[in-house]
Design a protein around this ligand. Structure first.
Ligand SMILES: [Zn+2]
Length: 383
C-alpha cells in the first residue's frame, strides 16, 4: 500500500475544490466542507490559498438567516483562469473565451463556405479572432478546446475525416497548437456535446448518459460512470452509422441503411416535404409550427428515431438520453411520446425503471461549452 504524501493530498484536495467551484458556482465554505468530506479548518486553508492566487473571492451571504455566524460564500473569479473554446461546424465557426466557473466572457463567429472551409483558412481565422478577442478583453487563455464534426484521434487532435467539412487527415491539434502557442484538445462535436450536458446541462448528476445529436449527420457522445467514454484512440459514438434498414439508402460512410439516413437532417426534410440541403432555419420553423400532438407526416421518421434509441438504450443502459441540435426543434409532446415508446420497447429501460429522454437545453452554445470543459480538464488540474 502506498501512502500519499501531505503535499499530494493538498494538491488533490485543491483540485477537487477547484472542480467543485467550477461546476457548482458560488458555494459556502460549509457546503464545500460537506461535499468534499473535509473539516472546516482544512477548507479555510485551501480557500485562503485560492483567494491569494486570485481564483476566488469570499463574501458574506446576503440572506444569512438563523443563529450563529453565516458561512462565507466562495465565488469563482471567471477572469482568473480562461480557456479558448472553438466550435467548427459545416456552415459556421465560433470562438469564445470561457472563464473559471463556465461563464462565456466574449465571443465571435463567422460563416464558412467554399474556400473559407479549407483547414488553413479556418486555422488562420481562429488564431486571428482569438488574438483580437483576447486583446479586447485583456485576457490570455491557458488552453484551447476545439469541437469538430468528424472522427478525431484523441492523442494529438488529428481529424481523420470530416464529411461535413470535406476534411481528411488534417493535423488540426498540432497546427492550431503551434499557431496559438497553447495546449489544444480537439474532439468530436457530439462527444463535446455530451461533456457539456454532463457538466452544465440535463446530464448533470447522471453517471451514465447518452447524448444523441442530429446536425447534418447524426452522432453520439457517451458518459459512462461519470466520465466521458473515449473508446480506443478516441473513435467511438458513431451511432448514426448503425445499420437499421437493410437495403436502405446509401450512406456517405460506404454502408447503406444507416440510422443517419433515416433520422438525419435530410430525412427530416423529406418527412416534412422540404427540399433536402435547404436552409436550417426553414426546417426549424416548420418543426416549431407543428402542433404539439404528433404530426402524421413525422410518423415514419419518429418510428426510425425510436427504433434507434431502443437499440442504444439496450446496449448502453444509460439513465438519461439527451437529444441535441435539430432534435431540440421537435415539439415537447413529441419528445415525450418518443420517450414513452423507448421505455415501453426497451428491455433495459424496463429493468432500470425507465430511462429519461430529454431535449438539450443548452442551446447554440452547447459545443462551445463542451470544448471549454475539455480544455478546463487540464487547466484545473494544474492551477
Ligand atoms: Zn453510414
Amino acid at each position: 500500500m502506498t501512502v500519499a504524501r501531505p503535499d499530494e493530498v493538498r494538491r488533490f484536495n485543491r483540485s477537487s475544490l477547484l472542480r467543485l467551484l467550477h461546476t457548482g458556482g458560488p458555494t459556502t465554505r460549509a457546503a464545500l466542507a460537506t461535499a468534499l468530506g473535509l473539516n472546516r479548518s482544512t477548507i479555510k486553508m485551501l480557500v485562503d490559498g485560492l483567494a491569494e492566487a486570485g481564483l476566488v473571492e469570499e463574501r458574506v451571504p446576503r440572506l444569512a438567516g438563523g443563529a450563529g455566524r453565516p458561512s462565507l460564500l466562495v465565488l469563482p473569479q471567471p477572469q482568473a483562469a480562461v480557456v479558448l473554446a472553438v466550435d467548427v461546424r459545416a456552415e459556421h465557426a465560433g470562438i469564445a473565451l470561457v472563464g473559471f466557473g463556465g461563464q462565456v466572457l466574449g465571443r465571435n463567429s463567422w460563416n464558412l463556405h467554399g474556400r473559407q472551409r479549407e483547414p488553413e483558412e479556418v486555422i488562420t481565422h481562429v488564431a486571428e479572432s482569438a488574438a483580437l478577442l483576447a486583446d479586447d478583453l485583456g485576457l490570455r487563455p491557458l488552453s484551447a478546446g476545439v469541437s469538430v464534426p468528424g472522427v478525431v484521434r484523441r492523442a494529438d487532435g488529428l481529424v481523420r475525416a470530416s464529411e461535413n467539412l470535406h476534411w481528411t487527415e488534417v493535423a488540426l491539434g498540432q497546427r492550431l497548437g503551434a499557431v496559438l502557442e497553447l495546449p489544444v484538445v480537439v474532439g468530436n462535436d457530439a462527444e463535446f456535446g455530451a461533456l457539456a450536458e454532463h457538466v452544465r446541462g440535463a446530464g448533470k448528476g447522471a453517471s451514465d448518459a447518452v447524448f444523441v445529436s442530429a446536425d447534418v449527420g447524426v452522432g453520439g457522445g457517451l458518459i459512462a460512470q461519470g466520465a466521458l467514454l473515449r473508446g480506443s484512440a478516441g473513435y467511438l459514438g458513431e451511432i448514426g452509422h448503425m445499420t437499421v434498414r437493410p437495403g436502405g439508402r446509401p450512406c456517405h460512410c460506404g454502408n447503406e441503411g444507416c440510422w443517419e439516413t433515416e433520422v438525419g437532417e435530410a430525412a427530416l426534410c423529406r418527412a416534412l416535404g422540404l427540399p433536402e440541403h435547404g436552409p436550417r432555419g426553414a426546417i426549424v420553423a416548420e418543426l416549431r409550427a407543428l402542433q404539439d400532438d404528433c404530426d402524421t407526416r413525422l410518423a415514419e421518421y419518429l418510428n426510425w428515431l425510436i427504433l434507434g434509441l431502443v437499440n442504444v438504450v439496450n446496449i448502453l443502459g444509460p439513465e438519461l438520453v439527451v437529444l441535441g441540435d435539430l432534435f431540440t426543434a421537435l415539439p415537447d409532446a413529441t419528445v415525450a411520446e418518443v420517450g414513452e415508446q423507448v421505455r415501453r420497447r426497451s428491455m433495459v429501460s424496463r429493468a432500470l425503471g425507465g430511462v429519461r429522454v430529454e431535449k438539450s437545453r443548452l442551446g447554440a452554445d452547447l459545443k462551445l461549452l463542451g470544448a471549454a470543459e475539455a480544455a478546463f480538464a487540464g487547466v484545473l488540474a494544474a492551477l
